[in-house]
Design a protein. Structure first.
Length: 385
């Protein structure tokens, strides 16, 4: 018995056929059951097709007309479909899943499992689905009629989408069904590790699966505020900083932050909850968590008592290597660092050129010179008398 395409199993009455009698050709498109006694057989495929076989011929060939489904999952990023991206805490990640549903589809269930760092976006209304579908003809399967969504399945998944047989039976040809949904990156997302979102499709009588997944990353910056004590670096507390996304360090470019429960840890926030100021602890070390790849500027806004404030912000760049691990560089130096060192020196600095302090010094100097000239002129007039 030759069976073309798909994976097959056979039964004679209620007994399965010994798989030792089965062989598969090189390109895996034909399965042959050898040395079968003549009789009545039921042939089933993983696509859900069933076929009755009643013959006394020595060789019978059956061609499966149904297709094996596929599922492909991507992230929508800047109007592009990608498999990986980087995000801030609080960002929304938009997902797209494409399901190739073939004629004769049966028992289709879409499974989606997100890591703890992602929270599925849902509505408070039970009549609004967290995922919406359309096919290439822009026909939209109806929520709760053509498909249902379970957001609390008992197998550890984030949600299930079960397609109703009444909908699958209307498909007279293969269609690509596109689903769109979103999730928010939460503070459980691990730094410098993949935040996975796996999707798979079970189908047919044997619950066969086809799988696809995406990876999302978020990163962090470690900072060490110190002063030199000989060859040693001593941590400095009470230095105050803000983080910006532009070198001008304008108020609108501040990165919104909030305190974590851990001392010296600051989390990126999607809304402004405070003054966005980071303060170095006793050790001088603090960390910023939940940043996407990009360029940032760390500005010291207040130095510890007895120390000079930095004149310029520090440029920090977060990028990825070939394995998606974070790479941090400082300024124009291309050598990666594990933490950003910020040194303060004790003493008092004169105001830098062009500053308000410089202008005041020039003004006082000019007044002194003018005053000296007036005194000298007065003495000359007095002597001439």
């Amino acid at each position: 018995m030759n069976l073309r395409k798909r994976h097959w199993h056979t039964q004679k009455k209620t007994k399965g056929i010994n798989t030792q009698n089965k062989s598969t050709n090189v390109n895996d498109t034909t399965v042959t059951f050898n040395n079968l006694p003549l009789g009545y057989y039921l042939v089933g495929s993983t696509t859900g097709a069933l076929c009755g076989l009643d013959t006394t011929h020595k060789t019978v060939e059956i061609a499966e007309k149904n297709s094996v489904p596929t599922v492909t999952k991507k992230i929508i990023e800047d109007n592009r479909l990608v498999e990986t991206n980087t995000v801030n805490y609080g960002d929304i990640v938009n997902f797209q899943v494409d399901i190739n549903i073939g004629k004769g589809a049966k028992n289709y269930v879409l499974h989606d499992k997100m890591d703890q760092g992602l929270t599925l976006n849902t509505s408070t209304s039970p009549n609004i689905s967290p995922i919406n579908f359309h096919d290439q003809s822009n026909k939209n399967p109806s929520y709760n009629t053509d498909f249902t969504v379970n957001t609390a399945p008992d197998d550890g998944c984030t949600f299930h989408v079960e397609f109703q047989e009444s909908y699958l039976n209307t498909l007279t040809e293969s269609v690509v069904l596109t689903g769109n949904y979103a999730a928010t990156v939460n503070e459980n997302a691990k730094i410098n590790e993949a935040i996975n979102n796996k999707t798979w499709l079970s189908y047919g009588d044997s619950n066969n699966k086809t799988e696809s997944k995406t990876e999302t990353y978020t990163y962090g910056i470690k900072v060490f505020k110190y002063t030199k004590n000989g060859e040693n670096k001593d941590g400095l507390k009470d230095a105050q900083f803000k983080l910006y996304t532009d070198k001008k360090c304008a108020n609108g470019d501040e990165v919104n932050l909030k305190n974590d429960t851990s001392v010296g840890t600051y989390l990126v926030a999607n809304t402004k909850t405070g003054d966005n100021i980071m303060i170095s602890p006793q050790s001088g070390r603090f960390e910023i968590k939940g940043l996407k790849a990009g360029t940032y500027y760390l500005k010291e806004i207040k130095a510890p008592t007895g120390y000079n404030k930095l004149a310029n912000p520090i440029k920090i760049t977060i990028s990825q290597d070939t394995t998606k691990n974070q790479v941090i560089t400082v300024g124009e130096d291309t050598n990666p660092v594990d933490e950003v060192g910020v040194q303060n020196k004790s003493g008092t600095l004169l105001p830098h050129t062009g500053g308000a302090g410089t202008t005041m010094i020039y003004l006082v100097g000019a007044l002194l010179v003018l005053g000296s000239g007036v005194v000298l002129a007065s003495k000359r007039r007095s002597n001439s008398k």
